[in-house]
Design a protein around this ligand. Structure first.
Ligand code: GAL
Length: 411
């Protein structure tokens, strides 16, 4: 009896709680460093920490084009993180083909992702040769024009309902000391805005022909010539921006110094952090108020292949956690994006997110640039557009010709 009691006492004293026993630190990299983005990623960290593991935050500033090379070099260089954000789509093709990224198919099947994730294109963007390599976490759409109600009130002009009214209001905005169109200096921003002008003004079908089929006849066509005329207006309207980061440009709109910004709906996170209300302080025009479509791009978490069993277990738990309804709600409301699952109660969604949800529900969606074109080809277009924005001597015709050449060799 005495031995049994002693053994039981000993066992109790050395027993370690399950969570502590397999509590694992997992380093997670991403490029979410603005106020809204940080608020959103904090929700993921909180949820992961609640499991007993520890989210070691690896935020990399400077936006995707700065962060992605760092992430890729760490994975290819033998210093992988536990998990990393990328845009879902073609950015990770080579890492997956090299066998450096974990196959999540077993987790996806156990969690029923195929039945949960909508539209299914999100999971398709994670799938290579029938195997699933990422956990999609949101739907972000580039196709938005964000307008400062105060800037237009100060200029004595009605808030525009479409791109042409916005362009027509530019002189009054300038007279009132406003920058008509806020634009950060990094190439991905003007390149993204150009893509939105193309999908909105030339229309979704032409967009898919150019970015999806790499159709040079479509790229050289009159609709795209009109898009470059719109881009010519945009570069004149954004000339006074003088900011680098996207959220600095968003802040120009939030503070009423600029009339508007073409930016993805992650901008909503900034309006929220600033305490601004959609429909009251700012107005959102999907598809520039011309062709209301949503691109179904966004973010996903990828998991490098690791050897440590505890790390691998923690990876699997994080992957499953990201798509749980409560995680989806907490993260996406802060991020300004739409959840990847349709069974999340979005009563708390604001007017702009509800516009996006309606467009999604009506199926008026287009693939994102990252889903259609390699990042290298997208970067070539981004570099052309930022050069066009910064080189007044370059005509719209010159830029259009160079655009066709890039499309001809794009993949
Ligand atoms: C996008 C990403 C968004 C957003 C944005 C600006 O590529 O999908 O989550 O944060 O970059 O950083």
């Amino acid at each position: 009896m005495r031995h049994a009691m002693l053994a039981a006492t000993l066992a109790a004293s050395v027993a370690i709680p399950a969570t502590l026993a397999n509590a694992t630190d997992l380093e997670v990299t991403h490029w979410w460093t603005s106020g809204g983005e940080a608020a959103a990623v904090a929700e993921l960290a909180k949820a992961f920490d609640a499991t007993g593991h520890k989210w070691i935050d690896g935020a990399i500033a400077g936006g995707g084009n700065t962060a992605r090379p760092v992430m890729i070099s760490r994975i290819t260089g033998g210093d992988p993180m536990g998990a990393t954000q990328f845009n879902h789509g073609r950015q990770t093709e080579e890492l997956i083909e090299a066998g450096l990224m974990r196959d999540l198919t077993d987790i996806a099947e156990a969690e029923g992702w195929k039945d949960i994730v909508r539209p299914s294109s999100l999971l398709d963007s994670c799938t290579v040769d029938g195997r699933i390599y990422c956990a999609p976490i949101n739907i972000h759409s580039w196709e938005w024009l964000w307008l400062s109600n105060k800037a237009f009130e100060d200029a004595g002009v009605e808030v525009p309902t479409n791109w042409d009214e916005f362009v027509a209001a530019a002189p009054k905005l300038e007279e009132a000391g406003k920058i008509p169109l806020a634009m950060g200096g990094q190439p991905w921003q003007s390149g993204g805005a150009f893509r939105v002008m193309l999908s909105s003004l030339a229309g979704p079908d032409v967009y898919k022909k150019v970015y999806g089929d790499k159709d040079t006849d479509a790229a050289a066509g009159p609709e795209i010539a009109r898009v470059f005329e719109a881009a010519d207006n945009a570069r004149k309207m954004s000339a006074g921006s003088n900011v680098q980061d996207w959220n600095q440009a968003t802040n120009l709109v939030i503070t009423g110094q600029a009339g508007g910004q073409i930016m993805g709906d992650w901008a909503q996170g900034e309006f929220q952090v600033a305490g601004q209300t959609a429909g009251e302080d700012y107005t959102c025009l999907p598809g520039l108020g011309v062709n209301a479509v949503m691109s179904t791009g966004g973010d996903a978490f990828y998991f490098p292949v690791l050897q440590d069993e505890e790390q691998k277990k923690a990876q699997g738990e994080l992957a499953a956690l990201l798509l749980k309804p409560e995680t989806q709600l907490a993260f996406n409301l802060k991020k300004g994006s739409v959840p990847v699952r349709g069974d999340v109660d979005l009563e708390a969604a604001n007017d702009c997110m509800k516009k996006g949800l309606d467009i999604l529900a009506e199926g008026r969606t287009i693939p994102s640039g990252e889903q259609l074109m390699s990042q290298d080809s997208l970067n070539q277009i981004n570099d052309l557009v930022v050069e066009f924005f910064n080189t007044p001597s370059m005509t719209a015709e010159d830029a259009h010709k160079r655009f066709v050449d890039i499309v001809a060799s794009a993949d």
